[in-house]
Ligand binder design. Structure first.
Ligand SMILES: O=c1ccn([C@@H]2O[C@H](COP(=O)(O)O)[C@@H](O)[C@H]2O)c(=O)[nH]1
Length: 230
């Protein structure tokens, strides 16, 4: 897989979303992330529609349930021909293994979310009462995901070198929390610029609002790709 800039389609309605996509040239091979907001409204027909238009799809459902439920859900998603799917690594070893088993026979890469990029050290210690340094927690969850068959993880770009060290250079590290220098950070805590994410060895970056919530989304995308591919 070459290293994509994945656009997070977090829109309130499909009309707004299609208008956004229409800004891009027809031959632009976009990699799109469908998250809970759009999936809960439009479900599988929306995923199928975008696949039929030729887009690569990262289905970011962040599954987190008992192993049996996750396996059965993944068996269904395995038929959808999407490129990536997420579960939460904190669901545990058996759940990650079950997700992988459910996807068996498909091309869908299983990615495990480590610590959400919206959580910093403060939230980890005080709200979640996790007695580890954030970096240690992330690498622990990444190793758990690796040992139980995931193809990669979601983490901040800042943790990528440590994750590759404890897993494998081929273990996919996909980084949200990407902010070009001029962009608002918003609710993200562990952020990096596209250039930093590249430098740190990320295999893909996920960018939402800095592309979708600006007046010229296509230009923002092109500029981020330039920084990422430099
Ligand atoms: O740890 C995580 C896991 C997933 N996300 C998702 O990525 C995008 C980021 O959007 P921005 O607008 O660029 O902040 C969003 O869809 C999240 O659900 C994440 O940010 N962090």
């Amino acid at each position: 897989m070459n290293k994509p800039v994945i656009v997070a389609l977090d829109f309130a309605d499909d009309f707004e979303c299609i208008n956004f996509l229409n800004q891009f040239p027809k031959d632009e091979k976009l990699f799109l992330k469908i998250g809970l907001e759009m999936f809960c409204q439009f479900g599988y027909p929306f995923v199928r529609n975008l696949r039929e238009r030729g887009y690569n799809i990262f289905l970011d459902l962040k599954l987190h349930d008992i192993p049996n439920t996750v396996r059965r859900t993944c068996e269904m998603i395995a038929k959808w021909d999407v490129q990536m799917l997420t579960v939460h690594a904190s669901g545990g070893a058996e759940m990650i293994e079950a997700a992988k088993a459910g996807l068996d026979g498909s091309q869908t890469k299983l990615l495990a979310v480590t610590q959400l990029t919206s959580l910093g050290q403060n939230e980890l210690a005080n709200e979640l009462q996790v007695p580890l340094k954030s970096q240690d927690y992330v690498t622990h969850l990444a190793k758990l995901a690796f040992d139980n068959g995931a193809d990669g993880v979601i983490s901040s770009a800042l943790e990528v070198p440590m994750i590759k060290d404890v897993t494998s250079p081929d273990f996919l590290c996909v980084a949200p929390g990407i902010r070009p220098k001029s962009a608002q950070v918003g609710d993200q805590k562990r952020v990096a610029t596209p250039a930093q994410a590249k430098e740190l060895g990320s295999d893909a970056i996920v960018v939402g609002r800095p592309i979708t919530q600006v007046s010229d989304g296509h230009l923002a995308y092109v500029n981020i790709c330039k920084e990422w591919n430099k």
